[in-house]
Design a protein around this ligand. Structure first.
Ligand SMILES: [Zn+2]
Length: 268
């Protein structure tokens, strides 16, 4: 299976999971898209690459993740998977923690069907879910490269717990988030943790990647653990920075997380 980005809007990625086991290399290949905020770039890619859309996966209800569902399903009878606890027009399969989604048409080169496990990760929205596959995770607007999503509906404690669940995935797990926010996230991360060598190195690398017009996503859990301040609230340097900003001592990691998330909200 290949996972490729379809750029949408200013900085969204609609991830496309493409079958790698088609018997007929010249025939159409099956694919599934994740969080299609708009239909036009998806349709253009299907046409250009000779792909058949067989399912849609949704992580949360925001319009820039769901806006393309109606048009994409108008002439296709395909399943649309999404979180059970959010009202999303067009979702046909409502998912909760622990559910498994079997994408029968999307297979590895060796013919293994793509299976995804649902993980509930509230915080950005109340019902946000992630799809965990073999060696990768589709995590919407929760964990970003060098950052995390805004707390629109959830509490800092919820978001921190959700990020910790993602952080506990195997370190080599590829992280497919839905926005290219990496350079601005890195700028903020450096303001929180200027002495983190791994972070300084990553900033150079990711700036070069963007300079060539390439995506900085996917990232990995290992890279995020080393450089993402929102996964590093237990580090003494980050705690000290958060305490200086709060003007008081902070007694637990959730308070540290809440402080740096609030700083990021107003950071330019
Ligand atoms: Zn969102």
């Amino acid at each position: 299976m290949d996972i490729v980005p379809i750029p949408a809007f200013a900085d969204n990625y609609i991830w496309m999971l493409v079958d790698s086991a088609s018997a007929d290399p010249s025939g159409p290949r099956a694919c599934v898209v994740v969080d299609p905020g708009e239909a036009a770039p998806v349709e253009a890619t299907l046409l250009r690459e000779n792909l058949t859309l067989n399912a849609i996966l949704i992580t949360h209800h925001h319009a820039d993740h769901t806006g393309g569902i109606a048009a994409l399903t108008q002439h296709r009878n395909i399943p649309v998977y999404g979180p059970a606890t959010e009202a999303i027009a067009g979702v046909t399969h409502a998912l909760v923690e622990g559910d498994e989604v079997s994408l029968d048409s999307v297979r590895s080169k060796h013919g293994e069907v793509c299976k995804l496990r649902v993980m509930e990760i509230p915080g950005h929205t109340r019902g946000h879910i992630a799809y965990v596959g073999d060696g990768f995770v589709l995590c919407g607007d929760t964990l970003f490269a060098a950052g995390c999503g805004r707390l629109f509906e959830g509490t800092p404690a919820q978001m921190h717990a959700s990020l910790q669940r993602l952080a506990a995935l195997p370190p080599e797990t590829l992280v497919y988030c839905t926005h290219e926010y990496t350079l601005s996230n890195l700028k903020f991360a450096l303001s929180v943790e200027p002495d983190n060598d791994a972070l300084v190195t990553r900033s150079f690398d990711d700036r070069a990647t963007r300079g060539q017009g390439a995506p900085t996503v996917p990232t990995t859990i290992a890279r995020e653990l080393a450089t993402n301040p929102f996964l590093r609230c237990d580090q003494s340097g980050i705690r000290a920075q958060a305490e200086r900003h709060a003007g008081t001592s902070l007694h637990n990691v959730v308070d540290v997380f809440a402080s740096i998330r609030a700083q990021k909200d107003v950071f330019h």
